[in-house]
Design a protein around this ligand. Structure first.
Ligand code: GSH
Length: 262
């Protein structure tokens, strides 16, 4: 991290990300789908010597100036006409911003045109955020086997909810076109093997056949595979992610997600 108090912004979007973060991955995928030029900037959220997450007051000022919550993702840029600096944070809001910002005929839309279908997309993303996401962390954080089994069942029930809301024909969540819903949900299925490794839980369950087809199709999308970047050259993304989640699974994670989803 730089000690400078201000991050110099340009007219091109600067994307603040941490390679392991599923929330930031949502926005990374949307950026790649839109084909927008952007500068990737890795933010180090954990102290490399202790492995512990930096508390808010120890994060660099340039970073908290762009997001007072001290979290990734952040999109920051200077308006071309006015030269006013802007920053946007919270992954789902970043993605909606990109949809508005890059609304041009040559950029693929990531929401359907019909207002009711756009609303449905938002209902699915909101439901996933408030139901599935906390359970993903909770099953890793819980130490007690009976509690883990209870959360596993809740996660499977959430998959049933997704299955019921998935388009019949697919292959993407809302149908033939890849959308913000795919961007918002797929990062947690990219991490499916993490739950299998630490909790022997296979998601989606066998019975969710549409969801399984969706995971496969979305995981083959270049915008999704384009985000599978290990932090160091020559290391495996999958192995590094497993290392990252050890701290949740052994109870030593001090991140805000670990605290929020206990
Ligand atoms: N609700 C936020 C969550 C973002 C988030 O929790 N990001 C994590 C990294 S995966 C973070 O920056 N954590 C910093 C911290 O907890 O100090 C969003 O959707 O963008």
């Amino acid at each position: 991290m730089t000690d400078k108090d201000v991050l110099e912004l340009s007219n091109e979007i600067t994307f603040l990300c941490s390679w392991f973060c599923p929330f930031a991955q949502r926005t990374w995928i949307a950026l790649l789908e839109k084909g927008l030029p952007f500068t990737y900037k890795e933010v180090s959220l954990r102290n490399p010597s202790t492995g512990l997450w930096f508390p808010l007051q120890e994060k660099p000022k340039w970073f908290t100036a762009l997001n007072p919550l001290g979290k990734v993702p952040v999109l920051a840029y200077k308006d071309e006409k006015t030269q006013q600096p802007h920053s946007v944070y919270e992954s789902l809001i970043c993605n909606e911003f990109l949809e508005d910002f890059a609304a041009a005929p040559e950029r693929p839309p990531l929401l359907p045109p019909h207002p009711a279908l756009r609303a449905k997309a938002r209902i699915i993303m909101d439901h996933f955020n408030t139901h599935f996401v906390p359970l993903f962390y909770r099953i890793l954080i819980r130490r007690d086997k009976a509690q883990q089994a209870e959360v596993a069942q809740q996660l499977e029930e959430e998959c049933d909810w997704l299955e019921d809301n998935l388009d019949q024909a697919g292959p993407y969540f809302l149908g033939a076109e890849f959308s913000l819903v795919d961007c918002a949900l797929i990062p947690w299925f990219v991490r499916g093997y993490v739950l299998e490794h630490f909790r022997q839980l296979q998601l989606p369950p066998q019975r969710c056949t549409k969801l399984q087809r969706w995971v496969k199709a979305a995981m083959e999308r270049p915008s999704v595979t384009g985000t599978f970047k290990a932090p160091e050259e020559g290391t495996s993304y999958e192995d590094k992610l497993l290392e990252h989640y050890v701290r949740y699974a052994d109870g030593s994670a001090n991140s805000t997600s670990a605290a929020a989803f206990k």
